[in-house]
Design a protein around this ligand. Structure first.
Ligand SMILES: *Cc1c(COP(=O)(O)O)cnc(C)c1O
Length: 401
């Protein structure tokens, strides 16, 4: 390969597909009407936000859904509505995105980080041990990059320690464990509709639950004023009576414009998930054929959505990992790495979250992240593009070793 002209990939890893035409039409209609606020409805009219909520709840099979300003804000609302009080400890896997510990800290909680294992999911033995030791009352489980751990064991550990389970499903919208939708294993599930997730409204979040006290508080916290009756996905109004004067308004609503863009995307979500997985499966197979590279095996019960791929590179030094990333970058393959000493772009690793009290050293997680590579698989990439990417990675590794 050394002397031949290197292949260069030229597509952008951040390029998303267009919003479905139906969503654009509806969004334009709304802009012409000026009725963008979710409570700006005429008598008997159902807002786009309220309709999206009933449709999303039906999709995941929960009783209730609330649309929010972002996934981070929905996690914050979830923690508050589940009863987190200042100083309460919240367990969380250390491999996650910054808004997750951010939401815990914002809710007044204290983040207790848990190690991960070689398959990039939470270390359940460390969880079990820390649940006992820390006195935490909550587990915020982040299915980071779509990796779902053994949820039967998670539920068992939570039950045994009396932990309230909240799932961060920013990368698992459309995914299942043992045929049950991600986000329905605990008290609350939170999803993202931010541009780089499985549905795109720029920013946005969705919170689901079967618990009427949780949804009533989440609706009030989100900024419903006394207009909660206009929600379609809600319990009877007497449930709100109990909370309406003791729940501060945090103004974290979704607007109709975003809901209008999302409703047609939700109708297509299963097709989109299949398209991601075709690309993921191709990449997984091709990457696994390269020496020094391994994509961890996934449990057959995990029905994931391969909107990004992670692999571990072994037999090389940390210095060589950096050289590998740089050369891939020169050839147009943009790989993320949680091994940088300093936070970089969207990527920051747990050891830079210095606001966490008693920030632990997590040697197992550190070592895994130092050799883990990660890239998005946008649906604007064709199958041929995926083959090209794998070919470039292969040639970079071969040139190095
Ligand atoms: C993106 C992301 C979030 C936060 O989503 P926002 O909608 O941007 O707030 C939370 N968790 C994970 C794992 C994410 O990737």
């Amino acid at each position: 390969m050394k002397n031949s002209q290197p292949i260069i990939f030229t597509k952008e890893f951040t390029r998303q597909e267009a919003i479905p035409e139906e969503g654009i039409q509806r969004a334009v209609e709304l802009m012409r009407s000026g009725r963008l606020h979710r409570y700006n409805t005429t008598a008997g009219e159902e807002s786009e936000a309220a309709l999206l909520e009933t449709e999303f709840a039906a999709y995941v099979g929960t009783k209730y859904c609330l649309s929010c300003a972002s996934c981070g804000s929905s996690i914050y609302l979830a923690l508050k509505s589940a009863g987190v009080k200042p100083g309460d400890k919240v367990l969380c896997n250390a491999y996650t995105l910054a808004p997750v510990p951010g939401a815990i800290e914002n809710a007044g909680g204290r983040t207790v980080l848990v190690e991960i294992t070689e398959d990039y999911t939470i270390d359940l033995d460390d969880l079990d041990q820390k649940a006992g030791k820390s006195g935490a009352g909550y587990l915020l489980l982040s299915h980071m990059r779509g990796h779902i751990t053994n949820m039967d064991r998670v539920v068992e550990i939570c039950d045994r320690h009396g932990l309230v389970l909240i799932e961060d499903c920013a990368h698992t919208m459309g995914a299942r464990w043992d045929n049950r939708p991600s986000g329905t294993f605990g008290k609350i599930g939170c999803y993202s509709t931010q541009t780089y997730k499985h549905m795109n409204s720029g920013e946005g979040g969705l919170l689901v639950t079967n618990d009427e006290a949780v949804i009533a508080q989440a609706i009030l916290f989100s900024g419903s004023y006394m207009l909660y009756e206009r929600h379609l996905s809600r319990p009877t109004t007497d449930v709100f009576e109990k909370y309406k004067k003791i729940t501060p308004n945090f103004s974290m609503r979704m607007d109709n414009l975003r809901a209008a863009m999302l409703r047609p995307q939700l109708r297509d979500i299963e097709t989109q998930c299949r398209r991601w997985n075709e690309r993921y499966d191709l990449l997984e197979e091709a990457l696994n054929k390269i020496d020094h590279i391994a994509v961890p095996k996934r449990d057959p019960r995990e029905a994931y959505v391969g909107s990004s791929i992670q692999f571990t590179i072994d037999g090389i030094t940390r210095q060589q990992v950096m050289a590998f990333l740089a050369e891939c970058g020169r050839r147009g393959v943009e790989i993320k790495w949680f091994g940088w000493a300093e936070p970089n772009g969207f990527t920051s690793s747990f050891d830079s979250w210095e606001y966490i009290e008693n920030l632990p050293e997590l040697p197992a997680t550190r070592k895994i992240l130092d050799f883990m590579c990660d890239f998005r698989i946008p649906l604007t990439f064709s199958m041929k593009d995926c083959k090209t990417i794998a070919l470039i990675i292969k040639s970079v590794v071969e040139d190095m070793t």
